[in-house]
Design a protein around this ligand. Sequence first.
Ligand SMILES: NC(=O)c1ccc[n+]([C@@H]2O[C@H](COP(=O)([O-])OP(=O)(O)OC[C@H]3O[C@@H](n4cnc5c(N)ncnc54)[C@H](OP(=O)(O)O)[C@@H]3O)[C@@H](O)[C@H]2O)c1
Length: 309
Amino acid sequence: MEPGKTVLITGATTGLGLAIARALTKTDYRVYLTARQSSLPRFDMHQVSESEHVRIRALDVTSAEQRTRIVAEAERDWGGIDILINNAGIAYRAVVEHVTEEERIAQMDVNFRSPMELIRLVLPGMREKLAGRIITMSSVGGMMAMPTMAAYSASKFALEGAHESLWYEVRPWGIKVSLVQPGFIDSDGFQRVRHTPKSDRSKHELAEPYHEHYVNMGPFIERLMKSSRATPDSVARVVLKTMRRRHPPLRVPATLDALGFSILRRILPRNSYHWLLYKMLPKVDTWGPSPKRVSSLPPATKRDGSDER
Ligand SMILES: NC(=O)c1ccc[n+]([C@@H]2O[C@H](COP(=O)([O-])OP(=O)(O)OC[C@H]3O[C@@H](n4cnc5c(N)ncnc54)[C@H](OP(=O)(O)O)[C@@H]3O)[C@@H](O)[C@H]2O)c1
């Protein structure tokens, strides 16, 4: 434990962020629990409140003004941020064709651009102290990309690449950089996944070319989450352990499946790995222009333009 150090966590009112926030309030760290202004009342609902060591602040990670304000406050009052936990994130569920440029930018903005900007703000203070920790929530989606999750995976792969560079860059100042990689977690995070207008329509319309992708992937991922033994609390414990390790690794698999996938990825030849995962996709033989599927559809739902529903 490092009493007196100041921790800032983003997106702390739900899911993993809330579990980490609760765990942090039980430590001796000085803590900034942050969330978007509109989400702050949730802290009250979950009986998380301010104390001498805990401050609750509004921080929309995409707002340059709010990022600058909170880092300046921490520098003025508590000697700056010693440990930054980038947790806030959003996830679109949509195939590549169904994500517009605007949606892709929104995905990258919250998951990649904003945490990198926060990191840029806290690094000068950390370099001055010759110490500091950056802990960023990556994902199994940052080591493997599943169908319908391209935009999300792109954002996590981007984080992985940037943090790998950062790990080398700031090591000379004693700053430790870690990516925590949760896999499937038994949580309600599933309900907060966003569909784009196009992916939503395809999910509901049988005649849409990617219909089978959505109706099979959604429940598949939900089943994997529900059957996982990992919980937000178990991942929070991994984050706190990473904060306290003298030599934390760059990549920290936070669930058993994340560990399994990282081993598979290392030991299997890349082509075999992709084929194995492809074969494991739910009902993948019914995806796309399967003659079986098209002939089994009622005439009105075939892709002949006769039914637009
Ligand atoms: N749960 C999983 O299975 C899982 C697996 C792998 C990785 N992860 C990663 O772990 C992190 C937390 O995931 P989670 O499952 O706990 O997700 P979650 O329940 O959806 O929580 C995400 C949090 O991010 C916040 N957020 C979104 N946009 C924001 C913004 N612009 N500024 C500030 N906060 C913002 C949300 O706040 P609002 O309520 O205000 O929108 C919410 O509190 C994410 O980075 C996610 O990618 C999760």
